[in-house]
Design a binder for this molecule. Structure first.
Ligand SMILES: NC(=O)c1ccc[n+]([C@@H]2O[C@H](COP(=O)([O-])OP(=O)(O)OC[C@H]3O[C@@H](n4cnc5c(N)ncnc54)[C@H](O)[C@@H]3O)[C@@H](O)[C@H]2O)c1
Ligand SMILES: N[C@H](CO)Cc1c[nH]c[nH+]1
Ligand SMILES: [Zn+2]
Length: 425
């Protein structure tokens, strides 16, 4: 099911990297530009138009009401609410450590300077609602924003055919602490968050995964608002030694392949025998699961096995691929962690399947994909904060150092800058 290549075959390996560089069809960019322009000009009317066109439903009031929230809570079982709360606790515990403080430096002559770390005022969270509903993503997006102390968290998500929102999404939003929820999705929702409409207020940052229209819209509004990252189809790279259990390896490869036909699952191993055993396990387990066709297509598109000569070499390969998720199914996995340079999130040991991180372990599951783990970080508290600097100089300090500043300004030909110092001293 997986295409087998050797790391030594540089051409074949280059193709693995190339395959991930899916460029966006210009037609999609044109469609999204058109949607964004219409939202900018026609605001709420454009939202109604596109919701009816793409989601097949006409909605009078897109703001989710208290009544709708109460109904959703009554539809969700207590066990699930309690699981959401347990997951929330783990996610909070992990993310609280990310809170950063500002600093101040005090010098002679009443000179002081510092950096303040401030929460964003209003953020927009996109929660996908097309082919699958992910209450877990609501927790992953919202909890770090709450910890950062963002003033207002607004969520947008496409309505279902009957005009409602999946109750598990609403329950998750309630547990996480979202302030307002609007029933609108796709590029039009991103446009609404970026430009504001009569109903949806303009935000400072848009975060959250979505399909290609959502991702393209985020790219296009960047600058008008900040965005988190472009999170594409899921990826998993498993590094397994000869002692790894083939049944576990196969199960984990399938766990991400089931997300999307464009998801990528790669096994890098030092054991030829494991390759054969994993193949057998894949054939067996895939028949026992439900999203068989998606997994098969995903393996056909981006499923690879790469044989490496050592675990160190396997990590070198992984660093080149820079996967969203990396599993180290090897003996003494922590010994290898320092060698990992590029990976969104690393799962250590035979029993740490990636699904733990998707739902419950505490680390964030909104992660850089498509090789961008080389420079992007997981979504976190930092994503919802910004910095601002400040400086104070006294008359004495300016008298001492002012001449240097005047000279600097003159060097740049900026006389008015120099003058601002001169008039004070
Ligand atoms: N990385 C992560 O953490 C993570 C988590 C959850 C989901 N995801 C990904 O998010 C994506 C969700 O996609 P989805 O489609 O299910 O939901 P979605 O909410 O992203 O997209 C649905 C919206 O797309 C718009 N749309 C659909 N067809 C269109 C068209 N022809 N032209 C213009 N707009 C159109 C509609 O407005 C619709 O409301 C998947 O790729 C999934 O793998 C990633
Ligand atoms: N693995 C996905 C991110 O790549 C997130 C997710 C949500 N639910 C299950 N998994
Ligand atoms: Zn997942």
């Amino acid at each position: 099911m997986l295409k087998k290549i050797n790391y030594g075959d540089k051409e074949a390996f280059a193709k693995v990297l190339e395959d991930r560089n899916v460029s966006v069809d210009p037609k999609i960019t044109m469609t999204v530009l058109e949607i964004l322009q219409k939202v900018k000009e026609e605001k709420d009317d454009a939202l109604s138009f596109y919701t009816s066109k793409f989601d097949g439903v006409v909605i009078e009031d897109i703001l989710v009401t208290q009544e709708e929230m109460d109904k959703a809570m009554s539809l969700v079982d207590d066990e699930f609410i309690s699981i959401l709360e347990d997951a929330k606790r783990n996610i909070e515990l992990y993310h609280k450590k990310q809170l950063k403080e500002g600093y101040e430096i005090v010098e002679a002559d009443d000179v002081y300077l510092g950096q303040r770390v401030l929460p964003l005022q209003r953020v927009g969270i996109y929660v996908p609602g097309g082919s699958a509903a992910y209450p877990s993503t609501v927790l992953m997006d919202v909890i770090p924003a709450k910890i950062a102390n963002v003033d207002e968290i607004i969520m947008v998500t496409p309505p279902q055919k009957d005009g409602s929102v999946n109750p598990f999404i609403l329950a998750s939003a309630k547990v996480a602490g979202v302030d307002k929820i609007y029933k609108v999705g796709g590029a039009q929702a991103i446009g609404a968050l970026a430009y504001g409409t009569q109903t949806i207020p303009k935000v400072d940052k848009v975060v959250g995964p979505g399909n290609v229209y959502v991702a393209e819209a985020k790219k296009l509004v960047y600058g008008q608002v900040d965005i988190d990252m472009i999170a594409g189809p899921s990826e998993i790279l498993v590094i397994a030694d000869k002692d790894a259990n083939p049944s576990f390896v196969a199960a984990d490869l399938m766990s991400q392949a089931e997300h999307d036909t464009m998801a990528s699952s790669i096994l890098v191993t030092t054991s030829e025998q494991l390759v054969e055993e994993v193949e057998k396990e894949l054939e067996k387990q895939i028949q026992e699961l439900s999203r068989t066709s998606i997994m098969e297509q995903s393996f056909a598109n981006y499923g690879y096995v790469i044989v490496a000569s050592t675990i160190e070499e396997a990590i070198e390969i992984s660093n080149e691929i820079a996967p969203e998720h990396l599993e180290l199914m090897v003996k003494n996995p922590k010994d290898y962690l320092p060698l990992v340079r590029n990976a969104g999130s690393v799962f250590l040991g035979y029993y740490t399947c990636e699904s733990i991180g998707d739902y419950f372990g505490g680390t964030n599951h909104v992660l850089p994909t498509n090789g961008t783990a080389r420079f992007y970080s997981p979504l976190g508290v930092d994503s919802f904060m910004k910095k601002s600097s400040y400086l104070h100089w006294s008359k004495e300090a300016l008298q001492k150092e002012g001449a240097k500043i005047i000279r600097f300004a003159k060097q740049e030909g900026l006389d008015a800058h120099a003058n601002a110092v001169r008039v004070r001293i």
